[in-house]
Structure formats: structure tokens, C-alpha cells
Design a protein around this ligand. Structure first.
Ligand code: VG1
Ligand code: CO
Length: 543
């Protein structure tokens, strides 16, 4: 088999965002696009010679073709071994686990996560390091630099590798091991949680619905919930991964998982509902008639963590992304443990997890995880909730209400304005940035600003600094507005506006969040001129 050295030139815009490189599928399929990026990742991480990698993806359109290209490139650069999920499938948390378990040097995850898939939608590639976590900023900066000066890439001339059955084969000198994508992951879950207790809960008539949204968690959820835990068949729905996610948007929130929400708020609602995203790292939790915001979910898990075997010794600390509500902070305070506030994106949790300074981490965007892997983990979060429900015998709604009574409630909502003109979105942010120092003391929509800044993070373990991570405006009465531009979108700009208000009065805990946040929402528009800049009078998505 022959190694080709192919001449190429840099392609603009190959800068990894919040979570890897995401582009329209057609862009990724364009001449040299994938190859340029993969070569830059390899070069930027010191070459592939003698290394072991994990490879898999969420099954979206082009997943299987991209996997063949990545394998041939790794083979051409002297990699020793690649562990591939059967049919080139691996959920993001399962890939993270495999990297750690096998002591691999890194992994390639082919996914654009919650973005839709298909020939006209999105594709993506993420690179994870030897700790199993997303490449940190220093590493992605090196990859990006390589994309701007690439002149050639190396690829093996070879037939396709067969991914359909497990076993080991050779691609030139490279050893390719195809593995069951579910087995190791499922075994780890059984170590972390009390499967007997959950099995008994489900055998006792507790009903659940898990919506895999035609994405990668289908096989995992089937094996774990219906297989190992004995939930009746049909408890897991939309369980077969499809290249375009059944034409849907595999993002587990009340908008895109509306059929599940309708069922959970309908007359025949099961006791428990959950959904995950394209690559299986997000989770939505919803009880019968009770939606749990991701920020609250993290707080409830932290407060009840010792009920699950894996965390019975207590938590070393917790971490949340800056836009995530402060609900978890108050739990951490009550527990007397460290609480960290990081920029958006899982890569910022890696060092805290590695250093043992955080056990649980979470983001308002439906990401929750722990030190069991170095990614957020959808199925894990669902099992954690089930374990807690099995131990307490309470419903989701009752558990949530008890939590609010004890800690107060952070009314919370995120408003997304999608596919906004990029120039208009940048102007909005620039204008806001320019007046941050003048805001304190001024009133908007009847609320006085107490503080305003642009979030910067200094990693407490290695001292690295990340600036420009979102604008924060603190208002009277525990209210907060955060604004930032998405780093995962592929159409223009997505403006995310995060709205929060802390309520501690026991008789004011059951309001509709949009109503409870009405003054904060009005203040956000008055301060940032959202309608004026974007021309929109309502967000596309409210979570
Ligand atoms: C979004 C979320 C962020 C999450 C990221 C990746 O990023 O806000 O919390 O970590 O997606 O999630 P952004 O830059 O668009 O706001 V996933 O499940 O798409 O890998
Ligand atoms: Co995801």
C-alpha cells in the first residue's frame, strides 16, 4: 500500500470553536477540507508516530466516510493502533471512557453534537487528549495555527476498512480494532450506580421514556434501560441512529424534544422522561408535569450525590459554566465544598477534574458530568437521577420542590436568537462592551444595575487565562443577565441571552419562569438593544 503526499493550501476558517470544528457538511466534504484539518490536528499534537487513538462518531451523514479518511491518514503517519466503534459509532462520553481505559494518546470524535445532520446540515470533528477530554485552548490554538500554514498532507492509498463486525484487522502497518461501542460504557455505568435499586424501581411500576432523538444514544439506552435494567420495550424511543436524525434537531430541550414534553405534560405521562443529543453528551430531565432546568438538575444531583454508590464518599467540589445559574453554588456552600465558575465549553472542566478539585460539573445547555470521564454524559445523568429517585421514593416534581424550599429557586431561561447577521451581532456586543463601566447605578426597566463585566477565567491549576468569555450584568435582587455569541453555530451568529433571578420566598416558588423573569427580559433588551440590533422581537428558542 502506498502513502501519498498530497499538496494542499490553507483553507480559511478552520478554527475549532466551543467544541471542535463545525461546518456545513458540504464544506467538510469539499476538496481537502477534512484532510487539511485532520493533518493539522495530527501535526499540531506532535505527530501520530507510534500512537494509539480512539475513533467514532454520532452516526450523522458523512460519519462513515470521514472515519475511513481519518484512518488512512493515521495509517500514513505511522500510528500504531486505532480503536474504532462498530459501524464507526461512539457516543462522546463512551469515546472519552475508551481513551482513558485503553490509555490512548487521544481520540477523534466525528460529530456536530446538537446541530442537525444530513447533506444540507452540519458535520464536525473534535479531538480529545489523553485524559479523554476535549483539547484545551492551548492545543486547539496549535491545531489552528497548522491549518493556516499547511502545504501537504499524508494519506494511505487503501481499500475501506470493514467497520461492521468487531475484531482486529490491519490497514498497512496500522492495527485497527473494531469494538462494541456500548459494552465498556455500560459496564462502567453499572459500577457507578445501584442497578439493583433502579431495577426494583422499574419492576415496581415506575415508568420512563427515554427519547434518543434518532441519535447515538439509542443503542446505549436500549442496552442499559431496557436490557440491564428491565424497563419495558418501548421505554426508549427513536432509538435507531439515523444519518439525518430523522430530519430532526437532536438537541434535548423543550423546543426540539417537544413530543416528549407533550407526553410528560399530558394525561398519560410516565413518571420520568429524558432525552439526549446527537453525540450523547447532553441530557434533558423531565418528570410528570415537571421540567427540570439543566442548572437545577446539576444542583439537585450535587445535593443528593451521596445517594449513588459512586459518590457516597461526598464530592470534592463542583464546577459550572459561567452562564449556568447559581443554584449549584448554594448547594456547594451548604456542603462546604469548592465551587468553580468556568467559561462555556467542557474543555474548561478537564483540569479541575484531573486535579481532583471538582467531582461534578455542569452547563445550562443540558450538559452534566463527573470525574468518571472527561466529557459531559447524557445517559450517566439519567441513571444518576433514576438512582436518586429509587433511593428517595420521591417523584421528580416533589424532589425539585423540596430542593427549592431548602435552597431557594433560581428562575432561569436562555433566549437564543439564531442565524442573526454576524455584523449586527458583533456590533451589539461591541456597543455593550464599550458601556460596561457606565452601567452600574443606572436603571433599566425599573431595575438598577449593580455590576457589569466581561468574564475572564484563570485556570487555578495551570494559570492559563481565557478572556472575552461573555458579558455579565448583575441587577438588584439577585438578578443576572449574561450575553455571549455561540461558538458552535454554522449560520451567521447565534446570540445567547441568559436570564436569571433568585427567589427565596417560600410562597413564590411555583411561577412560570418567563413571567418570573419578565423584568429581567425587559432590562436585557433595554441594555443591549437586542431588537434594535437584530431586528427580532422574539427569540427563536427559549429553554
Ligand atoms: C454550546 C453550549 C455549551 C456546550 C457546547 C457544546 O456552545 O452553549 O454549553 O458546551 O454547545 O455542546 P455555544 O458556544 O454554541 O454556546 V455539544 O453537546 O454541542 O458538544
Ligand atoms: Co453534544
Amino acid at each position: 500500500m502506498q502513502i501519498h503526499t498530497v499538496k494542499t493550501t490553507p483553507i480559511e476558517g478552520q478554527k475549532p470553536g466551543t467544541s471542535g470544528l463545525r461546518k456545513k457538511t458540504a464544506v467538510f466534504m469539499g476538496p481537502h477540507y477534512l484532510e487539511n484539518f485532520i493533518q493539522s490536528v495530527i501535526t499540531g499534537t506532535g505527530g501520530a508516530q507510534g500512537k494509539t487513538y480512539v475513533l467514532g462518531g454520532d452516526g450523522r451523514y458523512f460519519n462513515d466516510r470521514a472515519a475511513q479518511v481519518i484512518l488512512r491518514m493515521l495509517a500514513a503517519q505511522g500510528a500504531m493502533k486505532v480503536i474504532v466503534g462498530q459501524n464507526a459509532l461512539l457516543s462522546t462520553p463512551a469515546a472519552s471512557h475508551l481513551i482513558r481505559k485503553r490509555g490512548a494518546d487521544g481520540g477523534f470524535i466525528m460529530s456536530a453534537s446538537h446541530n442537525p445532520g444530513g447533506p444540507n446540515e452540519d458535520f464536525g470533528v473534535k479531538f480529545n487528549g489523553p485524559n479523554g477530554g476535549p483539547a484545551p485552548e492551548g492545543m486547539t490554538a496549535k491545531m489552528y495555527e497548522e491549518t493556516t500554514r499547511i502545504t501537504e498532507y499524508k494519506i494511505l492509498d487503501a481499500q475501506d476498512v470493514d467497520f461492521s463486525g468487531v475484531g482486529t484487522q490491519k490497514l498497512g502497518e496500522l492495527e485497527v480494532e473494531v469494538v462494541d461501542p456500548v459494552a465498556d460504557y455500560a459496564a462502567m455505568m453499572e459500577d457507578l450506580f445501584d442497578f439493583d435499586k433502579i431495577r426494583a424501581l422499574l419492576a415496581g411500576g415506575f415508568t420512563m421514556r427515554f427519547d434518543a432523538m434518532h441519535a447515538v444514544t439509542g443503542p446505549y439506552a436500549k442496552a442499559i434501560f431496557e436490557g440491564a435494567l428491565g424497563a419495558p420495550e418501548g421505554s426508549v424511543i427513536n432509538a435507531v441512529p439515523s444519518p439525518d436524525f430523522g430530519g430532526g434537531h437532536p438537541d434535548p430541550n423543550p423546543i426540539w424534544a417537544k413530543p416528549l414534553m407533550d407526553e410528560m405534560f399530558g394525561p398519560d405521562a410516565p413518571d420520568f422522561g429524558a432525552a439526549s443529543d446527537g453525540d450523547g453528551d447532553r441530557n434533558m430531565i423531565v418528570g410528570r408535569g415537571a421540567y427540570v432546568t439543566p442548572s437545577d438538575s446539576l444542583a439537585v444531583l450535587a445535593a443528593n450525590a451521596t445517594l449513588a454508590p459512586a459518590y457516597k464518599g461526598g464530592l470534592a467540589g463542583v464546577a459550572r459554566s459561567m452562564p449556568t445559574s447559581g443554584a449549584t453554588d448554594r448547594v456547594a456552600e451548604a456542603l462546604g465544598i469548592e465551587c468553580h465558575e468556568t467559561p462555556t465549553g467542557w474543555k474548561f472542566f478537564g483540569n479541575l477534574l484531573d486535579a481532583g478539585r471538582a467531582t461534578l460539573c455542569g452547563e445550562e445547555s443540558a450538559g452534566t458530568g463527573s470525574d468518571h470521564v472527561r466529557e459531559k454524559d447524557g445517559v450517566w445523568a439519567v441513571l444518576f437521577w433514576l438512582n436518586i429517585l429509587a433511593e428517595t421514593g420521591q417523584s421528580v416534581g416533589a424532589l425539585l420542590e423540596a430542593h427549592w424550599r431548602k435552597f431557594g429557586r433560581n428562575y432561569y431561561s436562555r433566549h437564543d436568537y439564531e442565524a442573526v447577521d454576524s455584523a449586527a451581532a458583533n456590533t451589539l456586543v461591541e456597543e455593550l462592551r464599550a458601556k460596561l463601566d457606565d452601567l452600574p447605578g443606572q436603571s433599566f426597566a425599573g431595575l438598577t444595575v449593580e455590576g457589569a463585566d466581561e468574564f475572564a477565567y484563570t485556570d487555578p491549576t495551570d494559570g492559563s487565562v481565557s478572556e472575552g468569555q461573555g458579558i455579565r450584568i448583575m441587577l438588584e435582587g439577585g438578578r443576572r443577565i449574561v450575553l455571549r455569541l455561540s461558538g458552535t453555530g454554522t449560520d451567521g451568529a447565534t446570540l445567547r441571552v441568559y436570564l436569571e433571578r433568585l427567589e427565596t420566598r417560600p410562597d413564590h416558588l411555583d411561577h412560570d419562569p418567563q413571567e418570573a423573569l419578565a423584568d429581567v427580559i425587559a432590562a436585557a433588551d433595554a441594555i443591549a438593544g437586542i431588537t434594535r440590533h437584530t431586528g427580532r422581537d422574539a427569540p427563536d428558542v427559549r429553554t
